[in-house]
Ligand binder design. Structure first.
Ligand code: NAD
Ligand code: DAU
Length: 339
């Protein structure tokens, strides 16, 4: 079995490769990543010399390169993590989100159609459902919730989901889609809430909280997400969407205060700043379908997961420093100039 993982030098894709190589030692893994600012070869360091692993630098929206890769490598399963993933950047510069998230997905679907695969899995997000009100804790996103996007990022992800479903219906391509809530854990790029707050708190820098910090996110430890995708690509039904989440809702302020407590930092670091435009209020996943049909349940609570995450950042300060100082690009040149 050969699994092509796009975006594997990023946060969740990297964790997925580590997870899968641990639990499927007989599989081969090919990572295709364009190494944008969010891609980091150091995340792949633990597997880079494994004979079952191969890395190719390529843009998923580059049809010629992608077709060449499929022709040469003949993957059995494709898991598409590659994306522009940060909402704030999509508000500043939407175009690259359309190119990578929509056109890139289409190129991958075409390659799957042309060369044949057993399964194309699209890693999507709960943000395609829009948001829920703060005062209705009885409401959750189910797979039937209508798509109702807020940001250019979520609009691009919803567009990609529709394309994936169109290729299933029209071309009978074997596809699955998962829509997950907010992930956290090791190798998370320090532009996102949790790693940014850890990085800043460690340096005694201010902790910028948008608006009043009342927005709610449903946090899932990244390994639980990886396990869910593993189950879906092996046992999921073609054409189906699976929501992934584990009822770990917290306000942003609660998250920031937890990090402050764990790091023994000062709450004086909290700085309330201008709110994000179009800021989604609350995300909350109903994971009943994946639980009932595939037996998946999360195993890590937020209280445990945040401790593990902070510990990982404390033990991997160099990984964080290299990203912040941009040395990761030089690292890639050094590691790959002769390969
Ligand atoms: P990330 O930004 O950390 O990583 C994205 C990776 O994709 C990077 O390695 C980057 O180099 C690569 N990439 C970007 N453009 C590319 C291109 N054109 N060609 C090839 N590679 C390219 O993102 P993440 O947080 O790991 O998210 C991964 C996926 O999971 C995304 O599709 C995202 O929408 C989805 N998702 C994320 C979360 C979350 O909480 N982070 C939750 C649900 C779904
Ligand atoms: O729900 C899944 C989504 O979760 C994924 O699809 C996205 O790729 C991922 O980035 C994430 O989106 P969010 O916008 O929820 O994540 P972010 O870490 O950017 O922000 C989390 C919350 O924290 C959000 O309400 C905005 C707030 N925030 C964020 C930053 C970066 C702050 O208050 N201050 C900040 O500095």
């Amino acid at each position: 079995m050969k699994i092509l993982v796009t975006g594997g030098a990023g946060f969740i894709g990297g964790n997925f490769i580590h997870y899968m190589m641990k639990y499927h030692e007989d599989y081969e893994f090919l990572c295709v990543d364009f190494l944008t600012y969010a891609g980091n070869m150091e995340t792949l360091e633990p597997v880079i010399n494994n004979s079952k692993f191969k890395f190719i630098k390529a843009d998923i929206a580059d049809r010629k390169s992608i077709y060449e890769i499929f022709r040469e490598e003949k993957p059995d399963i494709v898991v598409n993590f590659a994306a522009e993933s940060h909402v704030d950047r999509s508000i500043e510069e939407p175009e690259i989100f359309l190119k990578t998230n929509v056109m890139g997905t289409q190129v991958l679907l075409d390659a799957c159609k042309k060369f044949g695969i057993q399964r194309f899995h699209q890693v999507s997000t709960d943000e395609v459902y829009g948001d829920l009100p703060l005062d209705r804790s009885d409401l959750y996103f189910t797979e039937e919730t209508p798509l109702h996007t807020s940001s250019p990022y979520s609009a691009s992800k919803a567009s990609a989901d529709l394309l994936v479903q169109a290729y299933y219906r029209t071309f009978k391509l074997p596809v699955t889609i998962s829509r997950c809530s907010n992930n956290y854990g090791p190798y998370h790029f320090p532009e996102k809430l949790i790693p940014l707050m850890i990085a800043n708190a460690l340096k005694g820098k201010s902790l910028p909280v948008y608006g009043r910090g009342e927005n709610i996110r449903d946090w899932l430890y990244v390994e639980d997400h990886c396990r869910a995708i593993d189950v879906i690509i092996h046992e999921g039904t073609n054409g189906e969407v699976y929501n992934i989440g584990g009822h770990n809702e917290r306000t942003n302020l609660e998250v920031v205060k937890t990090i402050i407590r764990e790091l023994d930092a000062s709450e004086d670091l909290i700085t309330f700043v201008a709110d994000r435009a179009g800021h989604d209020l609350r995300y909350a996943i109903d994971p009943t379908k994946i639980h009932n049909e595939l037996g998946w349940l999360p195993t890590t609570t937020f209280d445990d997961g945040i401790k593990k995450t902070i510990q990982w950042y404390l033990e991997n300060k160099q990984w964080l420093e290299n990203i912040i100082s941009g040395e990761d690009q030089q690292y890639y040149e050094k590691m790959y100039s002769n390969k």
